[in-house]
Design a binder for this molecule. Structure first.
Ligand SMILES: Cc1cc2nc3c(=O)[nH]c(=O)nc-3n(C[C@H](O)[C@H](O)[C@H](O)COP(=O)(O)OP(=O)(O)OC[C@H]3O[C@@H](n4cnc5c(N)ncnc54)[C@H](O)[C@@H]3O)c2cc1C
Length: 375
């Protein structure tokens, strides 16, 4: 019960070769970021060892809502005013490209469904319409849904549809990435926690530990705040209520129906914001009862809850990831702090950091420059 539904997916035994001698690169963390980075580095010809404290995908990558969304944690119109039009466009374009990349690599762990963000009140409706207008002005595909079906019609005031978004089975996807990485010669050391950077023998080290980052680099611990998200899954429903991921209240609440009919629903962190800034991977009655009330009273779902779990993600002050070279530390790289929006950006940042290490730095990394928080 207190485990992620996604992590029950048949565990693939990871077969890999142990490296003889010192690797070119050590990657710390076996989630989407670390596995994507390791795979890209190995494909680029470097020898790579990846250390994962538990099993591949045991962190946020195997515990999340399964939404593959474009963009960052902020809505597009907000990103435009925070970052400027050109940088926001570049970030959204990057994320769309990496949803395509995810589709290419993930097989049946990805479905191109689109996503629906609902307006919970008139103010959110106005905000979503502003986002719709900004996306359309910059020629990103977007649709407005005015008429919702029951039971949503009784509670929400229209929705913005992002047609190129998708749904993933996150644990299956990340294990698939790990299998690809192992096939390219990456040494995948599970149950292998790195206690200190000084124990590592490699000229390049990548920290890919998102909200689980602790004790490796004090500046990173200060810049990335561990934040808990809680989720439940139900028994399969007899009817299909939702054909794509739905989210509401600025992304605080989210749910989707899996291909086998279960409802996976999470969020309501704002019911107890301060206690949810924690690295303790535990569910709490306050948040769980909010999720369950919504399930019963709003979505009118009666199916029993079969799984309850928590995961930790890393929040940054500006809600953008920190990805790139750590200032003042030769050979040290970081990719984390996705602020709850890392399924697509984790893949992107993992691959972009790998490209930099391989001597092909992409301009797109500039917006994630860790120097803004670690400098
Ligand atoms: C409840 C919840 C719901 C979410 N929903 C969504 C969503 O729907 N869409 C979305 O885009 N994002 C979502 N996110 C965010 C997303 O899951 C993360 O941003 C993403 O998975 C980060 O991947 P990662 O590989 O960077 O980190 P993780 O998957 O967290 O992996 C980090 C790994 O590092 C390991 N580690 C830590 N320290 C060490 C060490 N010292 N040595 C060795 N290994 C170590 C950990 O064990 C862990 O496995 C959600 C997050 C949570 C918690």
């Amino acid at each position: 019960m207190a485990s992620s539904y996604w992590l029950e997916d048949g565990h693939t035994e990871l077969r890999f070769r142990a490296l003889a001698g010192r690797p070119d690169v050590v990657v710390i963390g076996g989630g989407v970021t670390g596995c994507a980075c390791a795979l890209a580095l190995a494909r680029g010809g470097l020898s790579v060892r990846l250390h994962e404290a538990r099993r591949v995908a045991s962190g946020a990558s195997g515990r999340n809502g399964g939404f593959a969304l474009r963009g960052g944690a902020a809505p597009y119109d907000v990103a435009r005013s925070d970052l400027g039009v050109e940088r926001a466009k570049r970030l959204w374009g990057l994320s769309e490209r990496f949803i395509d990349r995810l589709e290419e690599l993930a097989g049946d762990a990805f479905r191109r469904t689109g996503s629906l963000r609902l307006a919970a009140d008139e103010a959110e409706r106005d905000a979503l319409l502003a986002e719709r207008d900004a996306l359309a002005a910059d020629r990103f595909a977007v649709e407005w849904v005015e008429t919702l079906e029951p039971p949503l019609a009784d509670h929400f005031f229209g929705a913005i549809c992002h047609p190129r978004d998708g749904s993933i089975h996150p644990a299956r996807w990340v294990r698939r990435l790990a299998v690809l990485a192992a096939g390219e010669g990456v040494e995948l050391r599970e149950e292998s926690r790195v206690e200190s950077l000084s124990e590592l023998e490699a000229s390049e080290v990548v920290i890919a530990t998102d909200g689980y980052t602790r004790g490796l680099l004090p500046a990173l611990d200060a810049a990335v705040r561990p934040t808990r998200g809680q989720v439940v899954a139900t028994e399969p429903l007899s009817t299909r209520l939702f054909d794509r991921p739905h989210y509401a209240r600025g992304g605080y609440d989210y749910w989707q129906q899996t291909p086998d009919g279960r409802l996976v629903i999470g969020g309501w962190r704002d019911a107890s914001l301060e206690t949810e800034y924690t690295s303790e991977e535990a569910t709490t009655p306050v948040i769980q009862s909010r999720i369950e009330s919504f399930l019963r009273d709003v979505l009118r779902v009666r199916a029993p809850v079969t799984h309850r779990w928590a995961g930790i993600f890393g929040m940054t002050a500006d809600r953008l990831p920190l990805a790139g070279r750590v200032p003042g530390r030769e050979g040290l790289w970081v990719a984390c702090g996705y602020s709850g929006h890392g399924n697509v950006l984790g893949l992107a940042c993992g691959e972009l950091v790998a490209a930099s290490i391989l001597g092909e730095p992409a301009d797109e990394l500039e917006v994630f420059d860790p120097g803004r928080a670690l400098g």
